[in-house]
Design a binder for this molecule. Sequence first.
Ligand code: NOJ
Length: 570
Amino acid sequence: MWWKENIVYQIYPRSFLDTSETEFPDDGIGDIPGIISRLDKLKSLGVGIIWLSPVYKSPDADNGYDISDYYSISPKFGTMADMEKLFAEAKKRDMRIIMDLVINHTSDEHEWFVKSRDPKSPYSDYYIWHPGKTSKRGRRLPPNNWTGFFMGETWEYDEKRGEYYLHLFDKKQPDLNYKNPKVIEEVKNILKFWLDKGASGFRCDVINIIYKTSLTDGKRSLAVQGLEHFKSQEGNHEVLRELRRDVFDKYDCFTVGETVFVDLEDARLLSNENRKELNMLFFFDHLEVDRRIAQFIPKKFRARKLLEVITKWQQGLDWNAMYLENHDQPRIVSHFGAAERDRALDGKPGELWQRSAKMLGLFQLTLRGTPYIYQGQEIGMTNFDFKSLDELNDVVSHSLNKLMKKLCIPKFLRWKWIKASSRDNSRTPVQWDNSENAGFTKGKPWLGINRNYKFINYASQENDPNSILNFYKKMITLRKHSMCLIYGEFLPVYADDRLIIYQRKLGEELYTIALNFSSRTVKAPKKFNELFRGTQVVSASGKKLEGTNSVCTYGVCTLLPWDGVLVRSN
Ligand code: NOJ
């Protein structure tokens, strides 16, 4: 199956590459011609599918996740002709494109919403409107106690209509009403439009919360309050099945759902092939093993916990979407890797930055499921080194700061938590070379460039055989040629606070993977030595396992700090 055997690469267009070839030349915002010009590089990395974060027309209250016209391209990114060219150029290289489908909400500037503000308009039921409640003293109150994903209110009063509308995200992102069949028909038309243009599928934004069963108060919760009324509801499953039956099944395409607060049980329902809803989905558990209350408050990382969570998903679902980074998450080498500890004062990353980035690549590319690599991950880009909150663009970081201030949380903690969780950590522009602005733009970049671009950039890694980039290339080639690494069973073997060991097995083919998530040298318990008897295929440090000379005769596994090894036994 092509969407199981390929590597997906996520492009966040505004941070990818800016050119002079759009209506707004060198405006510091990446664009579609920029993407086209780098297709050959992606091809040589081994990418077969590109997931494009939203490029549609949008006022950008949430960087394109607030769409004001699903049928046109934002002039910042280019034109429809540019988009058609991107489909054609990708096809020439045997690459496919999937689009971002944001249908829980639109922008408040979308024509449907503007018209919906008039209760007599045919669009009046496209969104979730409610008159609200009245307090004993006659004050107007919102319809319920729900809290949103962006830490603010979820109901906004509209003077024109004289009613509240629901927005689980920003107030500029009103939620659509999936109890209205006309909305579903609109979505089908959008899907067909892009599939006919050449899209090969969709990444479906927050797709497990689109259907609101009731608008009654939610149970008290520190996270999102009201979830039980809109997370993975039966109505949601029905919408997904309808879209699959009436649209997706008629095309050679796939869907990957972004599913918030998803547990294994929900995930099974949403992605079980027989139920015909989604083809696969993104869960968050593995990236939250060192976080409390969703992703905000850090806690100690333990490798054991990571293996436990990964095993649950690897064995619990038939097929996974495996990612370590995206535009909402911190950079993985700063999160689970050594980038933050291994850095000189001038920002120059150390050897452990490089080794841990490779170890994490080895981890991701030896898991069962379609791998999703986020732009810049393949060169070990690190978290944004912002020095003040003014440098941040992310709406969530700003509202989190506001909320924490209200709760009287001291400044140093606010800073620490925002540093760890800001979505801008992964949104800084791609570091292409060591020229001004990292070769990203000739103008002023929309978001700061990480100051370490002179040390971490694409050009310097292309010709370095020991680079992270070349390690990814090697691992991708290996994976693409091994049915075992793609489809093999996942078998957990051992874990402690620093080390994890697991295997992949298909027929006679067997791989053993050991990863050290610490700055100490670690040794696997002796009883597992047997497992390392075989041919060492690859290691993050480039060093051979103790006692090995390409063939692991003694079968001993001692790992250097942040090293990872892959041994083939058969
Ligand atoms: C998830 C997207 O990944 C995120 O960037 C966006 O802010 C929300 N959904 C709302 O669309």
